[in-house]
Design a protein around this ligand. Sequence first.
Ligand code: COA
Length: 322
Amino acid sequence: MTYSRIVGMGRYLPERVMTNFDLEKIVDTTDEWIRTRTGVERRHVVEEDQTTSDMCVESAKSAMDDAGVTPADVDMVITGTTSPDVVFPNVSTIIQHRLGIPACPAFSLEAACSGFIYALTVADKFIKAGEAKCVLVTGAECITKLLDWGDRNTCVLFGDGAGSAIVVPSAEPGILSCELGADGQYRELLHYPVGVSKNLAAAGTDEANIIMQGNEVFKVAVKTLGRIAQAALDKAGVTKEELDWLVPHQANIRIIQAMAKRLNMPMEKVIVTVQDHGNTSAASVPMALDVGRRDGRIKEGQLILMEAFGGGFTWGSVLMRM
Ligand code: COA
């Protein structure tokens, strides 16, 4: 049997850091409120002229170095993002061109915070079908460009970044199971109401802002993530006691703690970056995985559960051996 395996990871975070104290100067909030309600202490924010592809190119280079592959080896590029550079060409083709990756399928996936998990799942299927041999999978967001810096309900939560993985076929696992899902009935709870074929005229006005009913999102997120974590484990015939690491979407420390509790995992077995990154949407899971790998906590052969939840709602989990 052919598995797909992550053999290299990389991340890029913009240089500019905004702390909670910086936000205190902009909106009616406090460091204490943000830390206790969300776990966020600081976030990285792109410069005005910095784009999603700028970040993807850096994280992809780092992942290729880590995997020991060159652009010529890559035969598919998939990027999960809801904040691409432009409407088209899609951001994966921009990355492909900038890195000198030869002609191959290159496309983006729009699944909000679940973007990387969706993209990795697609890569897994192409590899298992024998149609790809080296896939560059990235989750990336310039989500701060969508924020209204006057809205304390949302501007304190998010940050920018990109995380990339190189995924190749392997006789050894590898990805053991993937679980994806979505339920559009929840769209109003978390959405951005301005787009290309709807409300385009409102771009740049007060209407263009992330709209979120935080506590409702919170409840559905915890319930759904608990269910899909178990589903991913059941599908692979693995028990939660066997897990070495949980690498969750970094939206809120309280959601992460609730998930760890459901899985009977001590927080020492959970990779947490929300304090340093904030919620970076599709970039959150791959950047957390990269942090855990590079600081030596996550080791080859260990069993890892990744999971994400985002606007739509969309959700997904991937169980894999590193
Ligand atoms: N600073 C200070 N006060 C704030 C604030 C801020 N940045 N943002 C909101 N508040 C206030 C609210 O106005 C409200 O005041 P009120 O009681 O006078 O009306 C109070 O804090 C409590 O708001 P509430 O929304 O009930 O807080 P909460 O405990 O639910 O925490 C979130 C808010 C957003 C942190 C939390 O609901 C959350 O993280 N939800 C999940 C969001 C998420 O994960 N989104 C992305 C999914 S991918």
